[in-house]
Design a protein around this ligand. Structure first.
Ligand SMILES: N[C@@H](CCC(=O)N[C@@H](CS)C(=O)NCC(=O)O)C(=O)O
Length: 289
């Protein structure tokens, strides 16, 4: 392994300059708002403030699944928070999520607005609110929550670890890439072994565990994340690929991943979603013509 020791950490770390890489201009060691900006509010009970990253996709997919199940109370406005431009540091957004990360949800269906942040908490909140997509049987419910929290703890190694060092970092560091490629492959193997025995993550029933895991590991094995499919030899994980294909075919998943999307084919980008018909009329290919 390549060893490099041309850097000795100082006694006290200081923030002197942007560290380079794709997110250098938005990363900072201080929480809180950088500017005053109120969030827009639409007409629906649920207001989603997001971007179609894997964590953002989870919530839009969940809402589309709930609507497909007939839960009209899950109608939502989805507003674009462009994290590359620093929208997550606006005062209104920070009030909804003090951690300045998408996705964030405001539930305005009650007597006073209720904020929900952290994608796992949002999925659980919506599943409980609508009594859907979380098994009621104690064993299956526990298993769904096991995997939901597994995802929340594991994906940062994929995103903040592999994705950062393989794709975004300004220099390629063999030690870091090896460390996180190894961990990502181990996680894919965990999933592959589990999905060899189960159709869905919590067993026989599609649930919020699938909705949490698919945007990360499903996108990864389908080559939609960090361009790392070949690097990780994802075809070795045949059960994950089979599961990813099955879920990717769900109409609500196809819709949900378009919401607040600002990259990819214009026909797949729905920057804001305020009505079910927006999928047919407001994608960027139609808005721009
Ligand atoms: N644990 C959080 C992670 C959310 C997260 O990392 N969001 C990223 C995009 S995927 C973000 O908003 N980054 C903006 C920033 O770091 O400034 C969740 O699952 O909701």
């Amino acid at each position: 392994m390549t060893q490099s020791s041309d850097y000795t950490p100082p006694k006290v770390w200081t923030w002197e300059k942007p560290s380079g890489g794709q997110f250098a201009n938005i990363n900072r060691p201080i929480a809180g708002a950088t500017h005053e900006k109120a969030l827009p509010v639409g007409r629906h009970p649920l207001q989603l403030y997001s971007l179609a990253t894997p964590n953002g996709q989870k919530v839009a997919i969940m809402l589309e699944e709930l609507l497909a199940l007939g839960h009209s109370g899950a109608e939502y406005d989805a507003w674009l928070i462009n994290i590359y431009k620093g929208d997550q540091f606006g005062s209104g957004f920070v009030e909804v999520n003090p951690n300045s990360k998408i996705p964030a949800l405001m539930d305005r269906s009650g007597s006073k607005p209720r904020r929900v942040f952290e994608s796992g908490a949002i999925l659980l909140y919506l599943a409980e609110k609508f009594g859907a997509l979380l098994p009621t049987d104690a064993d299956a419910r526990t298993e769904a929550l096991n995997w939901l929290f597994w995802q929340m703890g594991s994906a940062p190694y994929v995103g903040g670890g592999l994705g950062h060092f393989y794709s975004y970092a300004p220099i390629k560091i063999a030690y870091a890439i090896d460390r996180f490629a190894m961990e990502t492959k181990r996680q894919l193997d965990v999933l592959d072994r589990h999905l060899a025995e189960n159709n869905f993550i919590a067993g026989g029933e599609y649930s919020i565990a699938d909705i949490a895991i698919w945007p990360w590991y499903g996108n990864l094995v389908k080559g939609e994340l960090y361009g790392a499919a070949e690097f990780l030899q994802v075809s070795d994980y045949a059960n994950v690929v089979r599961w990813a294909d099955t879920i990717g075919e769900r109409p609500a998943v196809k819709r949900g991943r378009m919401v607040n999307r600002i990259t990819g084919p214009l026909s797949s980008q729905l920057h804001e979603r305020h009505d079910a018909s927006d999928f047919d009329t407001k994608t960027q290919d139609k808005v721009q013509t």
